[in-house]
Design a protein around this ligand. Sequence first.
Ligand code: HEM
Ligand code: HEM
Length: 193
Amino acid sequence: MSTGASLLPPRWGVVSQLFHWTCAALVIALGAIGLYMTELSSPVAKIRIYALHKSLGITLLALVVLRLLWRWSRPAPGPVPGMSRHLRLAADGTHGFLYVMMIAMPLSGWLYNSASGYPLQWFRRFNLPALAGKDEQLARLAHALHEYGFWLLLVLVVGHVGAALYHHLFLDDGTLHRMLPWRRRPPPPESLP
Ligand code: HEM
Ligand code: HEM
């Protein structure tokens, strides 16, 4: 008799993989640019790099919304074979939290920008509306959420990448290959029964 799990795809499709690696690259770039830009002293460079940070952040927000719609429109791969229920729950919880943070970070940045009274443009193509009027207290709160949110996101990403590498290097259970375009190499003949 076939179980529900056996009907699930064994790996992530190409669209999900593209979403995953594009969002991952954007998150890492946004964190690095964010840390770097606040230390800049040249006002001209600062304006340019802040604009880049904000445009990339809005791009991430749009991509994550599309990614979630795509994710919910089709079945995701079943659990990694051999993974305990507790570990699966921990992995699912971390993934859910990563999605929440990929939405919360751009929103807190956007809110901080609005409450500070700055305009928001996407790559000089179009303006985005303000999420709130100028408000110093709200700006302080949104800034704190953005800054501490980043450190929380960093902890999650380090745990997530560490878990992916642990699966790949120590458990060799094919988890990483589910998210890569190329498949796992078959085992060498001498290890076959
Ligand atoms: C995942 C997305 C994002 C990440 C990981 C991120 C990360 C960061 C980091 C690490 C900083 C430096 C924090 C500090 O030391 O003050 C920062 C600052 C900032 N971010 Fe983001 N950010 C993201 C999205 C956005 C978006 C979408 C906007 C606006 C629309 C934005 C606006 C800002 C602004 C205005 C600052 C400067 C704060 C200051 O001058 O102290 N961010 N961001
Ligand atoms: C080198 C860096 C990274 C590696 C090696 C990696 C690896 C993986 C792997 C192997 C999976 C699939 C797990 C499974 O099939 O059960 C996955 C899923 C996921 N990754 Fe990453 N990842 C990386 C970076 C990131 C970053 C920076 C983020 C976001 C901040 C992220 C967010 C996610 C999310 C949300 C999922 C769950 C997908 C879903 O269930 O819809 N990853 N990652």
